[in-house]
Design a binder for this molecule. Structure first.
Ligand code: GDP
Ligand code: MG
Length: 180
């Protein structure tokens, strides 16, 4: 019998406003590390995470926009061939939540999958270590927002304390594999 192990390679975008924690989330997920040094690199960078998924292998190519978020939108070239995305906001800065919708619109307008569907997106409410009640206090209704705007799901995350990043990634991968 042939080896039935399948290989999947998924390009995943990590987008959102400057300083929300995109690079930190990728570092935590891929390197199990966290740094408070602010590193606003210019350019595009990606990191690889390999997962054993049932009997398959999943390679996640996580694309970090690394500094270009100040322009508020990205080029089609960066989005090309992505099958999933994390849009990240900082729970302590409501303006970064307001920007989430713009990021999603930018993505949806520039990227359509070969099957005609729109790209799978999971929303990350990052820096949840700083204030457990921040979303509630600011009246941010993430659940309803995600339903209204077609997100696959959302998670409160902390790159600092390693909260929910694995769960969020598993949620995205599960959705992508199910819709292949
Ligand atoms: P990016 O511009 O979106 O890539 O954001 P960075 O990953 O560079 O993070 C911006 C700042 O927020 C840095 O000083 C990080 O140390 C800090 N940071 C990122 N994630 C977290 C988090 O989960 N909790 C806390 N307390 N700080 C974070
Ligand atoms: Mg960054």
């Amino acid at each position: 019998m042939q080896n039935s192990r399948q290989e999947h390679l998924f390009k995943i975008l990590v987008i959102g406003d400057l300083g929300v924690g995109k690079t930190s989330i990728i570092q935590r997920y891929v390197d199990q590390s966290f740094s408070t040094n602010y590193r606003a690199t210019i350019g595009v960078d990606f990191a690889l995470k390999v997962l054993n998924w049932d009997s398959d292998t999943v390679r996640l190519q996580l694309w970090d926009i690394a500094g270009q978020e100040r322009f508020g939108n990205m080029t089609r070239v960066y989005y090309r061939e992505a099958v999933g995305a994390f849009i990240v906001f900082d729970i302590t800065r409501p303006t970064t939540f307001e920007a989430v919708k713009r990021w999603k619109e930018d993505l949806d307008s520039k990227l359509t999958l070969s099957n005609g569907k729109s790209v799978a997106i999971v929303l990350l409410a990052n820096k949840c270590d700083l204030n457990r009640d921040e979303l509630k206090n600011n009246g941010i209704k993430v659940d309803q927002f995600c339903k209204d705007n077609g997100f696959v799901g959302w998670f409160e995350t902390s790159a600092k304390e390693n909260t929910n990043i694995d769960r969020a990634a598993n949620c995205l991968v599960k959705y992508i594999i199910a819709s292949e």
